[in-house]
Ligand binder design. Sequence first.
Ligand code: CIR
Length: 253
Amino acid sequence: MPIAVVREVSPSIAQCELTHVDRQPIDFDRATAQHDEYVRALESLGYRAIRLPALVGHPDAVFVEDCAVVVDEVAVITRPGAASRMGEVASIADALRPHRNLAFIEAPATLDGGDVLRAGRLVRIGRTARTNDEGIAQLRTILEPFGYDVGPAELTGCLHLKTAVTSVAPGILLVNRAWVDPSQFPGFDFVDVDPSEPFAANALLVGDALVLSSAFPRTRARLEARGIHVTTVDATELAKAEGGVTCCSLLFD
Ligand code: CIR
């Protein structure tokens, strides 16, 4: 059975890092309830959830995606670009060790998993405030021997590459062109987010299913018009922490 590594919401979530989003109050109970719904959605799609306990001293630790890049051959433990997040990775490494050989991004490199877009053997890595050139180079050195085509991608105006573009079906990317130029992904077809829903580009492929926040009905309609079935979850509370649906899990077989 495929696995979803998730982590409970930290009681300190209100002290999260914010870059492109204004700070608003975050309701911890509501965030926890929505996170539970998200984990149940992954379970109903056939995944076994490994639920890690919250890290009280790490407000953003619910966003486990940033701490590792897991492919069939290896789990790469990252070195997150926000200093407040670097202490999240040790427990992620412990959770992944039974399932994969581990590799590590080392200083001075920084890399957030949210910057790593995978579509088949293609891996594109956002060059951002969180992910530096050394991080891109180290991930390329780790993954290329396994036959991955690894390279950088440019973006502006949002936190991570996967805030701007995600893989939603074989050969199809969901994109917000205001933040990322799709000509960087030759050979793909694109679904554009509805312009009123800029954050909708963050959708999560779970096996053959696609999970999207229910806050984005217009983009959902665009995906369904292309024949892509969408499962929605309420993810509005963690969106206030600048997190989307990809951020809250590490999925692997
Ligand atoms: C942060 O700034 O690190 C968190 N507040 C949000 C991280 C979201 N993660 C993701 O997009 N992969």
